[in-house]
Design a protein around this ligand. Structure first.
Ligand code: FES
Length: 187
């Protein structure tokens, strides 16, 4: 008798066929597990793979003429991905002097500040600032306009800050460093 036999219905059976089925099922399971893990690797990368700083990148993002006091503009840093959406804000004279007196002016450069706009709570995108605060539309976290620290709501951490340089003479504004992790905030 051979290892394989034909049944009444013509189906081929035998130890080799069983082995092949088992191998196929194992392969199928392996592919399913890998497919199921892909979203998690993307999440892990999103939360943890962003480097703490982008020290070597210097990206021109605006000119002082584009941003009168009290205005805010969107830019992308360090790359152009949606998660790298950031605000640059020219603080009003009042906001600047308040930041100085409260000691919240660490990231203020010539009156300008910049922050990544992905909320460190559940990664919603912040709205344009109002009443000297950045507000998250999802669960109501709100942040200090001058240093991105949490003033209220569920965000566990301040916003990632973008360090700026303003070139005297030309008035060009450069983003030079991201402090913190996108979607995660800063420590
Ligand atoms: S995602 Fe911003 S407060 Fe929840």
């Amino acid at each position: 008798m051979t290892a394989e036999e034909a049944t009444d219905t013509g189906e081929v059976t035998g130890p080799d066929v069983g082995l092949t089925r088992r191998l196929f099922l194992k392969l199928l399971m392996g592919v399913s597990v890998i497919t199921a893990l892909i979203p998690f690797t993307t999440m892990v990368e999103f939360f943890y793979a962003n480097p703490k700083t982008q020290g070597s990148i210097r990206k021109k993002i605006a000119n002082v003429k584009d941003l009168p006091e009290g205005s805010t503009m969107v830019f992308f840093f360090p790359g152009d991905d949606a998660s790298e959406r950031s605000f640059i804000t020219h603080l009003t004279a009042e906001e600047q002097s308040r930041a100085k007196s409260e000691g919240t002016d660490e990231y203020v450069t010539d009156g300008f500040v910049a922050f990544n706009t992905i909320c460190p709570h559940l990664q919603c995108t912040l709205e344009f600032p109002e009443d000297s605060e950045y507000v998250c539309p999802c669960h109501g976290a709100y942040f200090n306009i001058a240093d991105g620290t949490v003033l209220g709501g569920p965000s566990p951490r301040p916003l990632p800050a973008v360090k700026l340089e303003v070139e005297q003479g030309s008035g060009d504004i450069y983003a030079v460093e991201l402090i913190g992790k996108i979607g995660y905030g800063r420590g």
